[in-house]
Design a protein around this ligand. Sequence first.
Ligand code: CTP
Length: 400
Amino acid sequence: MTYTVQGRHLVLGVCGGIAAYKSVELLRLLMKENASVRVVMTANAAHFVGPMTFEALSRKTVCRTLFETSDEAAVQHIHWAQEAEAVVIAPATANMIGKLAGGIADDALSTFMLAVACPVLVCPAMNTHMYESKAVQRNLQRLKEYGYAVLEPGAGELACGTTGPGRLPEPAIIFDALLDLLAPKDFSGRRVLITAGPTREAIDPVRFITNPSSGKMGYAIARAALMRGAQVTLVSGPSALTPPLNARVLQVTSASEMAAAVLAEMDRHDIVIKTAAVADFRPASVSDLKIKKEQAGLSIQLERTQDILKAVGERKQNQILVGFAAETHDMDAFATEKLKAKNLDMIVGNIVGGADAGFNADTNRAIVYFKNGTREQVDLMAKTDLAHLLLDRIAVMIPA
Ligand code: CTP
């Protein structure tokens, strides 16, 4: 299955608005990922960004009018519409949204859109008052009824001087929304509980014990599951990452807070994935006052935290339970032991230590162990790709 835009036939529709410059950056991002992109632009869009810019970046003729018979793009637009796997209109002006809602075809983009049958992402960008007007809201509602995905504009100070919703989201956000549109929805209707990040165990009000976990693997799985149609609850320890937009996020700090959240939530979920690097020990007593350095030779008495994964394994009914194992050595022995002891369906073993895998890296390599005794070696790949690979393995375990 493909979860990237690589090799996908996409069409970028550009309307006339100040935000049209952002569609240049969006096109650049798509080309960087080796998508095949055709650009259809309105006459007004050409006032903001010249077609040459889009042509140079997409390395293809840009379609601006349907009435120049010498123009290959004009003749080909029906073919483009049939070939397209997704269309993104960014920015989409009030005028274009109205035309799409009403089925009007009086320029290249609106005419092209009537022939399109693939998923469409509309990204409105306009003055706040225009965006909030009854007509635009009614038209957007109608587009949603037609099955179009509408990316809500961001809020902030707009080029026209007003403040409020209407700003075109950043190209990276549009890119993610487009990936969403293209992904298979094989987790639709599934509720997935994911833990991520480290925990912090307080020593005193200013000190704690923790580990270098960044949360990247768990957040990547959360994003991937959302993209594939799941409802996601993300229980996150302290992490600098931005949580995925549509996840229900429960922020926790300590292992005991994480345990309370996970045990309260697990029965409402079909799949539980525990990527969190939970502290195994915490100070047996927490000082209410800052410990002063004069207390020379201080030693901290530690006690075990609850093994959350083990508790979930003991309580689970029909849930699919996935754990992670961070090991420095003897992976096969330790990971398979954890798989059995914690009643898991799958465990993802990470060898920690290298800079390109494990804690805080953007890439990971892993050995995946399954309940039936099989194992799969996964070579170094981006955590975002590993997230999808793991979901592929989980998808086949889901009872019909
Ligand atoms: N885990 C947990 N609660 C803990 C410790 C770990 O739920 N108190 C979970 C982690 O989220 C992970 C799995 O258990 O999915 C394995 O964590 P890991 O630290 O590799 O192993 P431990 O079971 O803690 O065993 P050890 O530290 O002896 O290797």
